[in-house]
Ligand binder design. Structure first.
Ligand code: ADP
Ligand code: MG
Length: 239
């Protein structure tokens, strides 16, 4: 009996996911079809370029959904290499510099140690950090402070991404990372799901702490490779 129930749960989850995917893909398809039909009826339309822009945007939306789902396909191919996380972090923050100024968001970076080696897939990790940083910025529509704190504890690197934004109500916390859970008009609700998956692939985890109308802190925890560890591996081989 227990087994059967478990099966049913799984089927229900698959059904929910399928409904979400179908919904998210049908909307852009419907709109692309509509605009393509306009163009077909009226080749001379003044709005031709505008319609084509919309169609291209919608294609991009579907493309993103497909790409995010590809991350979930197993086995996930992560190319793990020992990298210093500090320059990775700096390069992500430089990507949002312009946008943050426009949005009246101040970015603070606090680093307790210049060298923090983690075994990571650099591009994937960048994608994850950018996801959290973007979410933090989107949580502060009236501006605010984004604080990124890199610290070390035991054998872990902790990367906290902290905003002074709208916060997340208690009942929504457990929905984080569910496919298509979004509270945004233009969100797709896939960013956290993909980010959690990638961090899992790094043997890390993600913590969240949030107070409504005060702000949210997401903390990415990754295993730290100390430089002495790297040297001792070399020494062992020599000896
Ligand atoms: P999206 O950004 O497309 O909505 P995500 O998976 O990145 O999808 O985030 C899912 C939801 O989690 C967001 O819509 C928002 O409700 C909530 N969320 C994530 N990060 C934050 C944050 N820093 N502050 C407040 N809410 C957040
Ligand atoms: Mg997001």
């Amino acid at each position: 009996v227990e087994n059967k129930l478990h099966q049913q749960d799984k089927l229900a989850a698959v059904g929910q996911l399928a409904a979400g995917v179908a919904h998210e893909i049908r909307n852009p398809l419907t709109s692309m079809k509509g605009y393509a039909e306009f163009l077909q009826l009226d080749e001379e339309s003044e709005d031709r370029l505008e319609y084509l822009d919309i169609i291209l945007d919608e294609i991009e939306r579907v493309n993103l959904i497909v790409e995010e789902f590809m991350v979930l396909s197993k086995p996930q191919i992560l190319n793990l290499e020992n990298k210093n996380i500090v320059p990775i972090l700096e390069s992500v923050l430089s990507l949002v510099k312009f946008d943050s100024e426009k949005r009246n968001i101040k970015i603070l970076l606090k680093i307790d140690n210049e060298v923090s080696l983690v075994a990571c897939d650099e591009n994937r990790l960048k994608q994850v950090i950018l996801n959290f940083v973007k979410n933090a910025m989107e949580a502060m529509p009236g501006g605010g402070v984004l604080t990124v704190i890199l610290s070390h504890a035991n054998d872990q690197v902790r990367l906290a991404i902290q905003d002074t934004g709208i916060g997340i109500p208690e009942d929504k916390l457990k929905k984080l990372g569910e496919p298509f859970f979004t509270t945004k008009k233009t969100g797709n609700g896939l960013g956290l799901m993909v980010s959690f998956k990638i961090i899992e692939g790094h043997n890390g985890n993600v913590l969240v702490d949030s107070v409504v109308n005060k702000g949210t802190t997401f903390t990415i925890v990754l295993p730290l490779i100390s430089s002495s560890e790297l040297i001792s591996v070399g020494e062992t081989k020599l000896g």
